[in-house]
Design a protein around this ligand. Sequence first.
Ligand code: NAD
Ligand code: ZN
Ligand code: ZN
Length: 380
Amino acid sequence: MSGTAGLVIPCKAAVAWEAGKPLVMERVEVAPPQAMEVRMKVKYTSLCHTDLYFWEAKGQNPLFPRIFGHEAAGVVESVGEGVSDVAVGDHVLPVFTGECGECSHCQSEESNMCDLLRINTERGVMLSDGKSRFSIDGSPINHFLGTSTFSEYTVVHAGCLVKINPLAPMDKVCVLSCGISTGLGATLNVAKPKQGSSVAIFGLGAVGLAAAEGARIAGASRIIGVDLNPNRFEEAKKFGVNEFVNPKDHDRPVQQVIAEMTNGGVDRSVECTGNINAMVSAFECVHDGWGVAVLVGVPNKDAVFMTKPINLLNERTLKGTFFGNYKPRSDLPSVVDMYMNKKLEVDKFITHRVPFSDINKAFDLMVKGEGLRCIISMEE
Ligand code: NAD
Ligand code: ZN
Ligand code: ZN
């Protein structure tokens, strides 16, 4: 055990006090991990659109003050009672959805929706005792997605922590802890395009471009990128996207434009925007008879998906996924290995880097739609 094991650790954290207001660098106290929990030192973290959504709290329930952040890499500082899978000093990725290993979902080959540790965006406390491990002057600060990585130290359930190859560079593989694995898995594990097929990707942020990367790896020949932001198209060429559609350039629905381009529809589509209209278009643009659409974007909490049932009767399939259907602890180490073996390129997703003290710049970039992933270095 490290010298700090069992003690409260005071450290820096970027606290969101109010919806949409810049995060404030605060001195927080991080309590020791309880049974089945791990305290980790966060080394690198990055910003995913899901953080931005819950920070803006426009279409989500507001819960403040809160420490956001869920895409990260770090080192185990200490472990609570009963933790045997990771030890002090292990390199780890926290994941917003966990794997208890025992429930019916964890036992099923088809699901990663663990009963105990599946994503819960509303909870701001730890599962074991319903309390927060973060406080300022004795007042609790809410957790986010069970990860809260915008803090130098955080406490995570052991089932949400993945031990990785210690040789993997943490300032790169941190992006595999959410966005890149999600997009990649949405295509490879859920949409499953065949060699030579056509795939439409809605939303060309990091998650969508990782979905495009999956389509490239699967051997798709037409990869059609759809985005409202034309600045995305040039960058997307590096990810194998070879045709582009901006819905704003057309006076008819984008699903119609895509159907015309593809003789009736694409074989697969993957939606990575969070926008309900894009979700419906992503479904309606797949070919009847065999088309499969996969929803990945996190929607506004009141959004309702509306389509004519005949679209389903005509043998189209609609699916959705969290974390690209990867079981975090079982499957993520192999995604890290795909990067180490140069099968998966991660570096091209990293367009910006900032020291922790400049974390609000990462938010500004994402709000403006600039760049893909911004790595936040905790030790600078
Ligand atoms: P991002 O902001 O980097 O990219 C989103 C892109 O979608 C932008 O380029 C934007 O211009 C585009 N867009 C928005 N509305 C559109 C529309 N109507 N039509 C076409 N394009 C549109 O975000 P990101 O970090 O890549 O995340 C993408 C989505 O995936 C978010 O909704 C995020 O919450 C979600 N997400 C889901 C999971 C999961 O497990 N299901 C995991 C990670 C992220
Ligand atoms: Zn994410
Ligand atoms: Zn489980």
